[in-house]
Design a protein around this ligand. Sequence first.
Ligand code: PGA
Length: 256
Amino acid sequence: MRRTLIVGNWKMNKTASEAATFVRELEKRLPASSSVELVVAPPFTALESVRAALGPSSPIQLSAQNLFWEDHGAYTGEVSAPMLKDLGCRYVILGHSERRTLFGERDDGIHKKIRAALTHGLRPILCVGESLAQRESGKTDGVLTQQLRGSLAELAPQAMAAIAIAYEPVWAIGTGKAATRDQAVDAHRVIREFLASTWSPDTANAMRIVYGGSVTPQNIGSLLKSDQIDGALVGGACLELDSFARIASDAASIGV
Ligand code: PGA
């Protein structure tokens, strides 16, 4: 049984003090107990204040939005896996489409980042997804498998167990135009079949594949009804208390 994973990707939003206030409020609105694993991914500058606001026994886990693959050294502006681990991060989002398109990230670099995360006990949330042009020209399956192959190449099966995949069609991110459940399910099947044939069916069945792209309180219930969809990576709708708390409680009530 795969535990539902709901991740709020704050992107470049909220100062450290806004972030602390937000998560304190968020905690109050969550169901008392939930089978869902809830994660917030604030910007680097707010990780410390969020950790302090949540305290050690919080049900909310912390994620970073990126890292650099070296542990330390002359890499101005970069942040490493040991630094994030020390701040209490459990997860790190890697290969987000905004990193790929705005900052030129490629699968080989994402692969190095995944290895660095795993070495230091961080769980990667690897984002993959096709553009609208790729979908319309029938290339979705090929794009997904190419991104997976390039960024996960030759990882040991035990390493794979720590990784979650986020299927995020680029055309659905921040557009208000989420994939339909059928579109998401088709893509999740392609991803799981690739994982099964490259590693093993057991490895593939143990891994969580979440959907991202215009997830809202209105569509989360429908998405999670499929047993192929193990959770969500939420952008815009995670920045408002009401909508993120509703997504978290709807996910919990579905009890996947
Ligand atoms: P969105 O972003 O929910 O605003 O579409 C999702 C993401 O980029 O992870």
